[in-house]
Write a protein that binds this ligand. Structure first.
Ligand code: NAD
Ligand code: MG
Length: 294
């Protein structure tokens, strides 16, 4: 028996302590740890024998996807930045506790040659590759365009958009029929905040990339979809993704009046990777607390 649960009261729904870390931020130092399903996600074999590469797999939404993939029976390669080793080690332990392979491949996705190496390494160490969950992203709030440096603008585009081109280009020769590519856009790709101009622009681009690529590779039997999260409690937000003063009430302006936790996205990343979504491609799935994707 399961009883219905009130979504307003599920998960953390109070103010968060004000906090800041240098980007990319780590979960091990967050006050109120994000819930990535470490204790709660239960698998039912939906991805048995699959081989997944998850970028941003150390923390937040990528960690939730990586844990869920392993609990559904997949072997997982994780990409993240070297500064996030402590977070990545925690995920590795959780994946190995499921009897699945966890391959750690730290490195910078804004470097095209690294993107290529990442794919080669994931493919050879997993002995195959059939899920790309592209979750990594950079978000730094800047109030005025006059203060947005060209360096930040370039990096945000390189990490959030160019890396998708580079990773997919390197991976396509290896991806078999039935493979699934999942990108990560945002509500910001529909309804941009005034202080996230560069980031929101990349999220619009990710939706376009996803839809176009889906049409390009449909004939190979490969599906491509995207997930659009709303405000989710992760290191991205407390490391400059939001101004510090916005942290305590983060997410409370949604219809569900709280931020989401990464685990609340896990089953969508699983669905889009698995054969359950066999007739789904070129789509964007929102997990937003009620913010409309329009
Ligand atoms: P997160 O900080 O846990 O994950 C972001 C990850 O991006 C980091 O863990 C890091 O490993 C990776 N990354 C950043 N720069 C990188 C680089 N140069 N090279 C390699 N990896 C790099 O935060 P998250 O919120 O889970 O973010 C995951 C995705 O979700 C991002 O694409 C983000 O834009 C998107 N998203 C988040 C929210 C939210 O409210 N948290 C909302 C909408 C969309
Ligand atoms: Mg991280």
């Amino acid at each position: 028996m399961t009883k219905p649960e009130n979504p307003l009261k599920q998960y953390y729904n109070e103010d968060y302590p004000k906090q800041y870390q240098e980007p990319p931020g780590v979960q091990v130092e967050m006050n109120v740890k994000p819930d990535c399903g470490e204790k709660s996600y239960k698998g039912t074999g939906k991805l048995k024998g699959r081989k997944a590469l998850v970028t941003g797999g150390d923390s937040g939404i990528g960690r939730a996807a990586a844990i869920a993939y392993a609990r559904e029976g997949a072997d997982v390669a994780l990409n993240y930045l070297p500064q996030e080793q402590a977070d990545a080690e925690e995920v590795k332990k959780l994946i190995e506790a499921e009897g699945r392979k966890a391959i750690l491949i730290p490195g910078d996705l804004s470097d095209e040659s690294f993107c290529k190496e990442l794919v080669e390494k994931a493919y050879s160490e997993l002995d195959g590759l059939d899920v790309l969950a592209l979750v990594a992203g950079k978000q730094q709030a800047v109030e005025k365009i006059e203060d947005l440096s060209t360096e930040q603008l370039r990096k945000t585009f390189e990490i959030n958009v160019f890396s998708l081109f580079w990773v997919v280009k390197a991976a396509l020769p290896y991806l078999p029929e039935g493979a699934s590519i999942i990108t990560t856009t945002s509500v910001q790709g529909y309804n941009p905040s005034s202080n996230l101009l560069d980031y929101a622009s990349t999220k619009f681009a990710i939706t376009g990339f996803t839809r176009g690529l889906a049409k390009q590779v449909a004939s190979k039997g490969i599906r491509v979809n995207s997930v659009a999260p709303g405000p989710i409690w992760t290191p991205l937000q407390i490391s400059g993704g939001q101004p510090s003063e916005a942290i305590p009430t983060f997410g409370q302006n949604t219809p569900l009046k709280r931020s989401g936790q990464p685990v609340e996205l896990a089953s969508v990343y699983v669905f889009l990777a698995s054969a359950d979504s066999s007739y789904v491609t070129a789509q964007v799935y929102g997990v937003t607390g009620g913010i409309e994707l329009a």
